[in-house]
Design a protein around this ligand. Structure first.
Ligand code: XIL
Length: 460
């Protein structure tokens, strides 16, 4: 361990010890916060952060006490950073980066090229125009944050679920198979100091999808396409449990000569069961010398995109859960050397893991004036997200209002790409214009049960 890291860890541990009483440390060097304990093992412990929550003292208190890596939950995505073509908007993301700088935290950038959360102007592009727009986007965003990002998720979720290891169909994929390597080369040119990662979900065990990613990484390494790391989202729930070969899967990627990182960890559940799964994930990372860190996807359960799953380490009031303690204990436990040579070999085959847990459970539709609206609901126990698509009719619209009531008893946790006034949902400044026959999407997350939602659309 280098001196600077030791000093930092001790300073952090000392500050945390004053603020809180935690369980007995299990080794002489054990830290008393997630970040300090991970640092003792040469790793980071991070969380996803929403800029608008930084003014919440409970939220930022926990953030700055426990975490030493930050991923913006939405603020660096394409829709946030380039809402209209070649017009970049970095306000919210910059706020997070400034916070990190002021508090000694590092940044994971997320995500430069992705099929989801694209602004509508991108959704409307194809072919060379889209490819050029992607290159311009990667160049601009990676250049803006040059020198400030530890690792970028350059490409997110480019492989399909299911058994055939194919690429996911998307507008980016339709520009040609080489879109991924073009994104990586572009990012390297813009910010040579950042580690460049490929990030995906349902790749946490050895299965057809993770093997397809594995083959891509192997090919990139062989051909000199710049790739430094692979992110495993690890959204673990009853439909997508922790695979028994989780560690072996991390190891087989590490053996290709890339770092591996757990990038969006959340685990549905509560009590001892949830605590044990968190500990297993931490131990798996510590057992793989190139597993450089773990990021949980939010701080309190109420901050989670799947808050109904109570999947995080702190309860709604910011209190530590059993899962927090088991995570800290695992970080402080044995193992975790960063220079240990790999010990395990990848298994030859296992059953594929279940398909995406976020599959839509229900769709509804409605017609109105000059536009139509349809909704895709992802319901889990206690909560849901609704993604609403506004499609223009045979002439373009400049503004839209969707009328959609939520059932009594639901409470909204989060909304995106929309302004709300009661049951009326209207466009933001950047997504009101929808060309004839094209669409834009906005969404919300709520606690409760969505049932059947019936949006109607009025455009002008
Ligand atoms: C999620 C955010 O948590 C939500 O706030 C947002 O509404 C949708 O996106 N995989 C990813 C993340 O790579 O960017 C997603 O984050 C969760 C799934």
């Amino acid at each position: 361990m280098n001196r600077a890291r030791t000093r930092g860890a001790i300073a952090l541990a000392g500050a945390a010890a004053i603020a809180t009483v935690v369980g007995l440390a299990s080794s002489a060097n054990a830290g008393t916060t997630l970040g300090a304990s991970a640092a003792e093992k040469g790793r980071y412990f991070g969380t996803a952060v929403a800029a608008y929550k930084l003014s919440d003292a409970t939220y930022s208190g926990i953030l700055d006490r426990e975490f030493n890596m930050i991923t913006p939950e939405n603020e660096m995505k394409w829709d946030a950073t380039e809402p209209s073509q070649n017009s970049f908007s970095y306000g919210s993301a910059d706020q997070i980066v400034s916070h990190a700088r002021a508090n000694g935290q590092r940044m994971r950038g997320h995500a430069l090229a992705w099929h989801s959360q694209q602004p509508s102007w991108v959704q409307n592009l194809s072919g060379t125009a889209l490819r050029n727009a992607m290159v311009n986007h990667v160049t601009n965003v990676a250049t803006h944050y040059k020198g400030q990002i530890y690792a970028w998720d350059v490409v997110n979720e480019a492989f399909a679920d299911g058994g055939n290891g194919a690429r996911r169909d998307s507008n980016l994929q339709r520009t040609g198979d080489d879109w991924i390597e073009v994104a990586f080369r572009t990012a390297r040119t813009a910010d040579p100091g950042a580690k460049l990662c490929y990030n995906d979900y349902n790749t946490d065990g050895v299965n057809a999808k993770s093997t397809a990613v594995y083959n891509m990484v192997k090919d990139f390494k062989a051909r000199g396409v710049p790739i430094d790391c692979v992110g495993f989202q690890s959204h673990i729930n009853s439909g997508s449990p922790m695979p028994s070969d989780y560690q072996a899967n991390l190891q087989r990627f590490a053996d290709l000569g890339v770092d591996v990182q757990i990038t969006e960890l959340d685990i549905q559940g509560s009590g001892t069961t949830q605590a044990n799964t968190y500990a297993s994930v931490v131990k798996a990372c510590l057992a793989v010398s190139r597993c450089t860190g773990i990021t949980v996807w939010g701080i309190r359960d109420s901050d989670s995109w799947r808050s109904g799953d109570t999947p995080l380490l702190f309860d709604n009031n910011g209190n530590k859960k059993a899962a927090y303690q088991s995570t800290l204990d695992a970080l402080n436990g044995p193992g975790g050397g960063v220079s240990t040579p790999p010990t395990s070999t990848p298994p030859v085959s296992t059953s594929p893991s279940p398909s995406a847990s976020a599959s839509p459970s229900n769709t509804g539709g409605g017609t109105g004036n000059r536009c139509t609206a349809s909704v895709l609901i992802n319901q889990w126990q206690g909560g849901f997200t609704a993604t609403v698509r506004v499609t223009a009719g045979s002439t373009a619209i400049n503004n839209w209002t969707v009328t959609m009531a939520l059932p009594a008893g639901t409470t909204i946790v989060n909304t995106w790409n929309v302004n709300r006034s009661g049951n009326n949902w209207t466009n933001m400044s950047y997504n009101g214009r929808v060309e004839a026959g094209q669409y834009t999407e906005w969404g919300l997350q709520a606690n409760g049960t969505a049932g059947t939602l019936t949006p109607t659309c009025a455009g002008s």
